[in-house]
Design a protein around this ligand. Structure first.
Ligand code: BV8
Ligand code: ZN
Length: 253
């Protein structure tokens, strides 16, 4: 990867920006050791989305789906944020108005110190009862007995992860906040996402059409790369610290 895999324009735009919005996907957590969805070693290679990330699969086979999410929770808890997550937490302090929008459910942005994270697809660390709606205690994830269905302590209903499954609406407040941030951004960064899942993947276009400078950071061009003013090829955990460093140097001048 070249010493500076991004343009001077991008740095200058970030220096001048009053409003910056960032959309992240599974790629930003790849260097933390969390498998992405669609890369060759991704999660979906072993399971197909329709098998697990939808409410019918959950109702038909709650043990399998609860077990999969429990496994993913444990993996996420064992891993740590990487320099890419920390760089975005730092960027938040360098920009007057900063909005971090994530499709990820692994809670790593929050653990890296980002605040006000817009969780478009929920958060795997939270579970709620499908009958009474109560959220289960967020304490450390206890290992359920094998083949046990984890039920609500209050009404014995089925507990599900607080994530958005295929065919489910995104949380209205989160989608509204994300769309508003994209529409007002001076700079919009799309990081580590294949941009195939909607409506999240439509956000960079909202920003671009509203006049933002839109750049993507990815190891390979995403589905919306042609839409970008700039495509930065590289690992987010390597590119982002260099970008923040360049921004800090420019601001000191
Ligand atoms: C909705 C949460 C409907 C749970 C997830 C046909 C056309 C268009 C849309 C649709 C369609 N048919 C159905 C739809 C709608 C559907 C959809 O978009 N389907 C797609 C697949 C075609 N969307 C929905 O169902 C959404 N709901 O639309 O509601 C509705 C409408 C009205 C009324 C009622 C209902 C709900 C979508 C949310 C689904 N939930 N996950 C869980 O995690 O288990 S999706 C899942 O994909 C994750 O959330 C993930 O975030 C998301 C996107 O994936 P990415 O994050 O981009 O990850 P991916 O692996 O794909 O890519 C990784 C990228 O990183 C790659 O580009 C790679 O190159 C890069 N990378 C790798 N390493 C690095 C890196 N980059 C930088 N550095 C690195 N080191
Ligand atoms: Zn309940």
């Amino acid at each position: 990867m070249p010493a500076r895999p991004f343009s001077d324009t991008l740095v200058q735009r970030l220096v001048e920006a009053r409003r910056v919005a960032v959309l992240t996907g599974a790629g930003i957590s790849a260097e933390s050791g969390i498998p992405t969805f669609r890369d060759t070693d991704g999660l979906w290679q072993r399971f197909r989305p329709e098998e697990l990330a939808n409410v019918d699969a959950f109702l038909q086979n709650p043990v399998l789906v609860q077990g999969w999410y429990h496994h993913r929770q444990k993996v996420a808890l064992e891993k740590a944020p990487n320099p890419g997550h920390y760089a975005l937490a730092k960027l938040e302090s360098l920009v007057p108005h900063f909005t971090l929008i994530t499709q990820n459910v692994d809670n790593l942005h929050q653990r890296a110190g980002s605040t006000g994270v817009v969780e478009l697809h929920g958060n795997i660390m939270r579970s709620y009862c499908i009958d009474c709606g109560r959220f289960a205690a967020e304490d450390a994830v206890a290992d359920p007995a094998p083949d046990a269905i984890v039920r609500c302590a209050a009404c014995n209903g089925l507990l599900r992860p607080d994530v958005v499954w295929f065919g489910e609406m995104l949380p209205a407040e989160a989608l509204e906040a994300a769309t508003g941030a994209a529409a007002e951004a001076d700079v919009f960064l799309s990081i580590g996402t294949s941009a195939v899942v909607y409506p999240a993947a439509g956000l960079p276009q909202v920003a671009q059409q509203a006049g933002a400078y839109v750049a993507e950071i990815n190891i390979a061009p995403s589905a919306i790369a042609p839409l970008m003013h700039e495509v930065v090829q590289g690992k987010s955990g390597e590119v982002l610290p260099i970008l923040i460093d360049a921004l800090l140097k420019r601001k000191e001048k």
